[in-house]
Write a protein that binds this ligand. Structure first.
Ligand code: PAF
Length: 280
């Protein structure tokens, strides 16, 4: 497994793969890898001939209120996991390689960036879209794998690649869950034992609300019941909402005709848990 830490090394490595006729799939990450990331590598491997993972804690996607220094880092552990998963290339740029002094270009994706995480984390999706566009162009990957766990991010990146005619296929990969239903996330490691025991209730509440909605109950009433149950269990929910899967437009009063998603974000102690499920 080749580890590239500057752009010339990355360009040489990707050119060598291209010259050998190998299509590259990219798995963009911020490190602190868990089984969900390894599933992305496996999906990327099935979709292409070689897999590159990027590890870059992107300063541009942290809102002013968020403490980037708290983001977990484990370079040696991450490299060992990627090697074991059969990754061919790891791109680990320093911050000034991604954002050299004077860099002045950012990408704003209207539409899917609005609302939900876009409201909770101002500027977050600008940072995600900008760094992903750079990673796509730097690697020249033909495919990029993204987890459905960050559903809104998946829609933002898909829209951005389509709008900018970047020749890359965005490959959605199903959320990987613990046995009790908790969606895997790098942030779960910050849950206390008691919070970890409570955390799966978020997914359980969403499953119940989705089942009620599908059975014909009012969206607002099902969501309200779920939210008050979560508050009773010690969560501080930010939102739970039924939305159109692609546009993320809310479906408060009526169920949609097309694919729908139930989104939720809730704080438990110091950790903000994010989850979503397909409805129907
Ligand atoms: O999902 C993440 O880990 C990040 O938002 C991503 C896609 C790697 C961009 O920094």
């Amino acid at each position: 497994m080749l580890v590239c830490r500057d752009l010339p090394a990355l360009r040489t490595a990707t050119a060598t793969l291209r010259d050998a006729g190998r299509r590259l799939a990219l798995v963009p990450t911020m490190g602190a890898l868990h089984a969900g990331h390894i599933e992305l590598v496996a999906a990327a491997r099935r979709a292409a001939d070689a897999v590159a993972a990027s590890i870059f804690v992107n300063p541009l996607q942290f809102a002013a209120t968020e403490d980037m220094s708290r983001y977990p880092r484990d370079e040696d552990g991450d490299l060992a996991k990627l090697r074991a998963a059969g990754c061919d290339l790891v791109w680990m740029p320093p911050v000034d390689a991604m954002y050299p002094p004077g860099a002045a270009t950012v990408i704003d994706v209207a539409g899917p960036s609005a609302g939900w995480e876009g409201d909770a984390r101002p500027g977050h999706f600008r940072g995600v879209a900008t760094v992903c566009a750079k990673l796509f162009l730097q690697t020249g990957a033909a495919v990029a794998a993204f987890g459905e766990k960050d559903w809104q991010q998946l829609q933002v990146v898909t829209r951005m690649a389509r709008d900018l005619d970047i020749p890359i296929r965005i490959l959605p990969v199903q959320t990987v869950r613990e046995a009790d239903g908790l969606a895997m996330s790098s942030r779960n490691r910050f849950l206390t034992d008691a919070e970890r025991a409570t955390a799966p209730r978020l997914h359980a509440a969403m499953m119940r609300a989705a089942a009620e909605i599908l059975a014909g109950a009012s969206v607002a009433a099902s969501v309200d019941t779920a939210l008050s149950g979560l508050r009773g269990a010690g969560f501080a929910p930010d939102y739970m909402a039924l939305v159109e899967a692609e546009t993320l437009r809310p479906l408060d009063a009526r169920r949609g005709d097309g694919p729908m998603r139930l989104l939720a974000a809730a704080r438990l102690g110091s950790v903000r848990l994010l989850d979503n499920i397909a409805v129907g």
